[in-house]
Design a protein around this ligand. Structure first.
Ligand SMILES: Nc1ncnc2c1ncn2[C@@H]1O[C@H](COP(=O)(O)OP(=O)(O)OP(=O)(O)O)[C@@H](O)[C@H]1O
Length: 236
């Protein structure tokens, strides 16, 4: 269900100093993301997508501007508050899964659940991502798509309000990538969690309710798809 803004950004900028040179990776970003939306942040390499994602997820802080999460001004948070915010509110899904190689699928998910305030049942979450028969397998015994499903289960089991996905299909073949997108879309529909996917892959934007386009550090478009496509039907 889509209702109030979960993220509200006001003139958020991020600069990096490279010796004498200043790189403006994000320039005066202004937008809202509503609670329960599926959002695709789209842009070419170097456009500032990861910079934006790092700020949204509390992994980095803006150089200037304000960012509100559920009404709270995150831009004023100290390190401890940011750590708590990341733990409680954000589930991260990365291109290369970032699973612990020496832990089974179940243990990888349990580890995340253990440090969470209000975790979901680990086995149910693994079942819901289609890994009932894979729980005792190690990452090296699973395909890329299965590993990404473990990573999704790990993010979901924390029971965060937001799933932040950084190129979640980047390391997967076409068919597996589509299955992962479908899973993210289903989680968004069935649980109402806000899902934010960053990608350079234009056709993926069709599955989003909100599309935020970036170029050279700027938000150049921000629009609503009134009729988002089923992830199954997207082609690239
Ligand atoms: N830690 C950093 N130090 C210096 N410059 C950085 C840093 N991180 C990003 N940049 C620069 O900021 C700009 C935006 O980078 P960013 O990684 O956010 O883009 P991106 O759209 O995610 O790219 P890609 O799709 O290739 O990951 C680039 O010019 C990049 O070189």
């Amino acid at each position: 269900m889509v209702n109030d803004a979960i993220f509200h950004l006001e003139n958020v900028s991020k600069s990096y100093k490279m010796g004498e040179v200043e790189v403006k990776a994000l320039k005066e970003a202004v937008f809202d993301i509503k609670c329960g939306e599926l959002v695709v942040v789209l842009g070419p390499s170097g456009s500032g997508k990861s910079t934006l994602l790092n700020i949204l997820g509390g992994m980095d802080v803006a150089t200037s501007g304000q960012m509100f999460f559920q009404g709270a001004d995150i831009s004023r948070y100290n390190e401890n508050q940011l750590t708590f915010f990341r733990r409680k509110s954000i589930g991260f899904i990365f291109q290369f899964y970032n699973l612990m190689p020496n832990l089974t699928a179940r243990e990888n998910v349990e580890l995340a659940a253990e440090i969470s305030e209000n975790p979901l049942n680990v086995e149910s979450v693994l079942e819901n991502v289609g890994l009932r028969d894979r729980m005792e397998h190690f990452p090296s015994q699973m395909s890329g798509g299965e590993q990404q499903r473990v990573a999704i289960a790990r993010a979901v089991a924390k029971n965060p309000d937001v799933l932040l996905c950084d190129e979640p299909t980047g390391a997967l073949d076409y068919t597996t990538g589509k299955l992962v997108l479908k899973l993210l879309q289903d989680i968004n529909k069935n649980t109402g969690k806000t899902v934010i996917i960053i990608t350079h892959n234009q056709p993926i934007a069709a599955m989003a309710r909100r599309v935020i386009k970036m170029r050279s550090g700027e938000i150049v478009e921000n629009y609503i798809n009134s009729n988002p496509a089923d992830a199954d039907l997207i082609e690239w």
